[in-house]
Design a protein around this ligand. Structure first.
Ligand code: ADP
Ligand code: MG
Length: 723
């Protein structure tokens, strides 16, 4: 397939683009939460006892009496109809990481000659979308079509606007007829509950009698690229695979770092402002926006929220980014590595845990060495990351994220933890018998009388660590831009549940044996840091030395998705999921199958597209140019002019290289096989990737030789400059 637009037409269209803006309809702040069936909207519309019950479910995880659903459904329907909704949709999050929705009309024939708006409690509670075409890793055959969506009371319903009519969206979970999880939400909620239970045990040991829940919070930073839509339509590789399968490095890339935090172009800023407004309507607390490192790359981060809400909001944010970009004639690329040789896009997941009584449990305070409770939670995380580094790596595995990890732009595939100077020092003291002091950073004097002194943070930042402490939270920096945050949050909650259970058991036992509480805590911390301190690394994660050092510390370095997925076969990984009821063995196995299936499918599609473009666009351009060179040489010769034609020699050589590489790729595609998903993905890794790279290498070299007016694909320079 060739692009629907030629490179020339695209450039023409891009340079004549004029932005259309409606201007500001209303202040941003006034729009916040306008399209959400919030707790306060419920309060005004529900009978008191119903509202109380729903609020208790949302805040404290108390089970909701299903007989109350009729009240909620009716209030929700009235609210939605007032907002212009004619339909409702159960929104769910299948294993592919996308967002899925099935729409139904509120209207039902009334049996006479009209129709009634109906929405009963049972319709709110449960839907049956069929949805049998979603990959399920063997959890159900297509003949077992039944799958159910179920209302997730903890996540608010919202209105999705469209100029032709609105839809009430209800966040749901998605399970099979046998009750097995077919989505990312069920295990996220289960993992959250498991973590909460163990965290409460620990808090009670610290004397907090008033704990009723502990939740995990997530603040995902989303990176993305913007390109003009005309370039997108001139790049069949972007259209089918969301990444460029060809393209020589631009002569000026990101080496000047002149894009990072640079002035935001007007068109992009207009997009960002409208994006914020759309997100605000959905009560998604968009907070920061800026240019990222690579040209054409940007970032948006919301204020952190409870991880289940943050998850749903993040999914909606990805969809909204794409939608709003189109209104400004742009395509948002959320792929982890759309442009080779240019930084890829990640989604840093900042997380912490806490509740309204005890606050953020990862807040170290001013003198962390005395803050035993903080140190215990921090130690639990250190232990978790050490024990479950492989699981964390597996939780973010995909064909596209493999391009980033370990490529000196994102953390390496080795999962280590960064504590910073102050905390590392405290744990060193603990390992030697007890922490006596917290290093402070003091004040930065600037030597300019008019500038007030700065208070420095106790620790510096480390941008190369996959799992970094950043003052009052940890930042998991390995997730990819296109990924759901559910998988990393499930892994984090699971490792926390395991570590906190260990902590609570340890302290219970010591106390029962008569050890004084503070002595028991010191013993616990000392034991954890001695056994798991190896996972702490504050140095440069991009360096070659770290690769060696990490190997000598016995840390895993799982470079590809194929390596990472083997983690799901390990007994200790199956165990941590099953013992807390997060995922049964069958459910875990299904997830592994889906990841591997997506992996090999993605690579197979890329391989086919590479071959297609090479055949129908690159080779024709190259042979045309060769023809031009040859006929020029012949005319010169006929005119009696003797001249060297090195370009012709180069072209002939390159074209035969290209033909050979294409043959190799074609056979690799034809040979794609495997009895199992493991074998297929192994084949994709070992045969398809190298064969694709072979075709790309020659083609990219040709881009530097073939006459520019004959080159069919928009270049990196062209695409990465947003006008
Ligand atoms: P940076 O780029 O410096 O890491 P950003 O401001 O881009 O910081 O993003 C930081 C993210 O971390 C935001 O989403 C923010 O809400 C989130 N965050 C801040 N504090 C916490 C916390 N206690 N728990 C979870 N996330 C947090
Ligand atoms: Mg960050």
């Amino acid at each position: 397939m060739s692009g629907s637009m030629s490179r020339r037409q695209a450039i023409e269209a891009v340079t004549t683009y004029e932005m259309e803006c409606d201007g500001f309809p209303e202040p941003l702040a006034d729009t916040f939460g306008r399209n959400v069936f919030t707790l306060s909207a419920m309060k005004t519309r529900l009978p008191k006892h119903v509202f109380k019950a729903v609020a208790a479910t949302i805040d404290k995880g108390v089970p909701l009496d299903p007989t109350l659903a009729d009240y909620v459904a009716s209030a929700m329907k009235d609210w939605a109809i007032e907002k212009g909704a004619s339909h409702y949709a159960h929104v769910f999050y299948p294993l592919t990481g996308f967002t899925a929705e099935k729409h139904d009309s509120f209207l039902e024939p009334d049996g006479a000659d009209g129709s009634l708006a109906e929405f009963a409690g049972k319709t709110l509670l449960q839907g049956e979308p069929d949805a049998s075409s979603f990959p399920n890793g063997g959890l159900r055959g297509t003949f077992e079509a039944r799958g159910y969506t179920g209302w997730d009371v903890t996540s608010p319903a919202y209105i999705l606007e469209n100029p032709n009519g609105n839809t009430l969206c209800i966040p749901t979970i998605f399970i099979s007829w046998t009750g097995e999880a077919l989505d990312k939400k069920v295990p996220l909620l289960r993992s959250q509950q498991a973590m909460s239970k163990q965290a409460m045990r620990v808090l009670r040991l610290f004397g907090h009698e008033d704990v009723d829940t502990v939740v995990s919070y997530a603040g995902p930073e989303q990176e993305y690229f913007l390109i003009d839509r005309h370039f997108y339509f001139a790049r069949p590789d972007l259209m089918t695979t969301n990444r460029t399968l060809f393209g020589a490095k631009p002569s000026k890339g990101q080496e000047f770092d002149d894009h990072y935090f640079g002035a935001i172009p007007d068109r992009v800023l207009a997009f960002m402002i409208e994006l914020d407004r759309e997100l605000f309507k959905q009560a998604i607390p968009a907070k920061t926006r800026h240019n990222e490192v690579a040209p054409g790359q940007f970032e948006i981060a919301p204020v952190f929220e409870r991880s289940n809400i943050a998850h749903d909001h993040q999914q909606l944010m990805m969809t909204t980014i794409k939608k709003v970009a189109e209104r400004y004639g742009m395509i948002a690329l959320l792929h982890e590595k759309p442009f080779a040789g240019v930084n890829g896009s990640g989604k840093h997941v900042n997380f912490s845990m806490g509740n309204s009584n005890q606050g953020n449990l990862l807040n170290p305070g001013d003198t962390p060495h005395e803050n035993e409770q903080f140190l215990v939670f921090c130690a639990a995380i250190i232990r978790g990351v050490h024990k479950y580094g492989g699981l964390l790596r597996a939780s973010i595995a995909s064909a596209s994220n493999d391009h980033r990890l370990g490529a000196n732009e994102a953390p390496p595939a080795i999962i280590s933890i960064f504590l910073g100077e102050q905390l590392s020092d405290i744990f060193d003291q603990i390992a030697k018998g007890g922490a006596k002091e917290s290093k402070t950073s003091g004040v930065i004097e600037l030597g300019v009388d008019t500038l007030p002194p700065f208070k420095a943070d106790a620790g510096d930042r480390n941008r190369t660590s996959p799992f970094a402490f950043t003052g009052n939270r940890f930042e998991f920096r390995a997730p990819g831009s296109n990924q759901s945050i559910a998988d990393p949050m499930i892994a984090i909650n699971a490792m926390l549940a395991d570590s906190l259970e260990y902590v609570a058991d340890f302290l219970d036992k010591e106390i029962a044996a008569g050890t004084e509480f503070h002595a028991a805590v010191q013993k616990l911390l000392e034991g954890i840091i001695t056994e798991h301190g190896k996972v702490v690394f504050n140095g440069n994660g991009y360096s070659d030395e770290w690769q060696e050092e990490a190997a000598s510390r016995g840390l895993l370095n799982l470079r590809t998705t194929v390596d990472a997925m083997e983690q799901y076969d390990l007994p200790e990984i199956k165990e941590v999921f099953s013992k807390y009821g997060i995922l049964s063995e069958r459910e875990l196995e299904a997830r592994k199958d889906v990841v591997l299936e997506q992996y090999s499918l993605a690579l197979l599609v890329e391989a086919k597209e590479t071959l297609e473009i090479a055949k129908t666009m690159i080779l024709p351009a190259a042979t045309r140019y060769m023809g031009e060179l040859a006929s020029t040489a012949a005319s010169l010769k006929a005119a009696g002019i003797e001249m060297e034609t090195p370009a012709l020699g180069t072209m002939t050589g390159k074209v035969s290289e290209l033909n050979a590489a294409m043959d190799t790729l074609e056979s690799a595609i034809e040979g794609f096989h495997g009895e199992t998903v493991e074998e297929e993905s192994e084949y994709a890794l070992k045969s398809l990737i190298p064969a694709m790279n072979g075709v790309r290498d020659v083609s990219d070299a040709l881009e530097g030789v073939v006459a520019d007016d004959l080159w069919p694909l928009p270049t990196y320079n062209e695409m990465l400059t947003i006008l």
